[in-house]
Design a protein around this ligand. Structure first.
Ligand code: PXP
Length: 237
């Protein structure tokens, strides 16, 4: 199980004072040193945290894998084709949201997404789709020719341990097994932290987790290297 670290919220801290630190580029390098096997950033339409400057520099310095989360808009397509991250993760985006609120509705957006995905792939970029653990959505990701899916663990993560959370976990498991059966590489993420990650780690079809907020929050207390090492240790169990 690989750990991909999302460094968006180091940029949130920087933007809070419109300063030049902390620098998410430096943090990404430290995260790689500490064992992260991928770096994730979300360039949002409103540029509330990550800036194009970060994306350009990260493209130059990230040695593992750079994953750009973005909405499927013309503006973002242009940027992705210019910078060429290793992976583009397509996510829904709403200006008012605090964070991504759910998976992309690929069933509804099918027509637009088909050509969008193909254009990125032709440029040598792998395409991931952030999707809810819903078999119809997962099936459509396969039909659209995505390289991989990232299953949204948000619902599982926001519930307390108990039958409801168990049900949400089963949905993630079923979606992961189905995605793998369709030949997709299966990743997962959203809301995962040092307490709830292990049930997800135990799902054999999932090969990578994308984790941001909990690592950033812990890093504020123990430092980036220690926070990434601690999470990586949980993924190895
Ligand atoms: N995956 C996707 C698609 C996301 O949008 C986010 C949040 O930016 C994450 C994973 C990471 O979520 P968290 O910050 O809750 O770990």
């Amino acid at each position: 199980m690989r750990l991909a670290v999302n460094v968006d919220h180091f940029a949130t801290l920087r933007q809070a004072r419109l300063s030049d630190e902390p620098d998410p580029v430096l943090v990404a390098l430290l995260a790689e040193q500490a064992g992260a096997e991928g770096i994730v950033i979300h360039l949002r339409g409103d540029r509330r945290h990550i800036q194009e400057r970060d994306l350009r520099l990260l493209r130059q310095v990230v040695k593992t894998k750079l994953n750009l989360e973005m909405a499927a808009t013309e503006e973002m397509k242009k940027i992705a084709l210019q910078i060429k991250p290793d992976v583009v993760s397509l996510v829904p985006e709403r200006r008012e949201e605090l964070t991504t609120e759910g998976g992309l509705n690929v069933v509804a957006g099918r027509k637009h997404l088909a050509s969008f995905i193909r254009t990125l792939q032709k440029a040598g970029i792998k395409v991931s789709i952030f999707v809810d653990p819903d078999l119809k959505q997962v099936k459509t990701c396969g039909e659209l020719g995505a390289d991989l899916i990232e299953i949204n663990t948000g619902k599982y993560a926001e519930l307390k341990p108990g039958p409801q959370q168990e049900k949400a976990l089963q949905q993630v498991k079923k979606a992961a097994a189905f995605g793998k059966k369709l030949g997709l590489e299966v990743h997962a993420g959203h809301g995962l932290d040092y307490r709830n990650v292990q049930a997800i780690v135990a799902i054999p079809e999932i090969s990578e987790l994308s984790i941001g907020f909990s690592i950033v929050a812990r890093a504020a207390v123990v430092g980036v290297v220690q926070a990434v090492r601690e999470m990586n240790a949980l993924l190895l169990l």
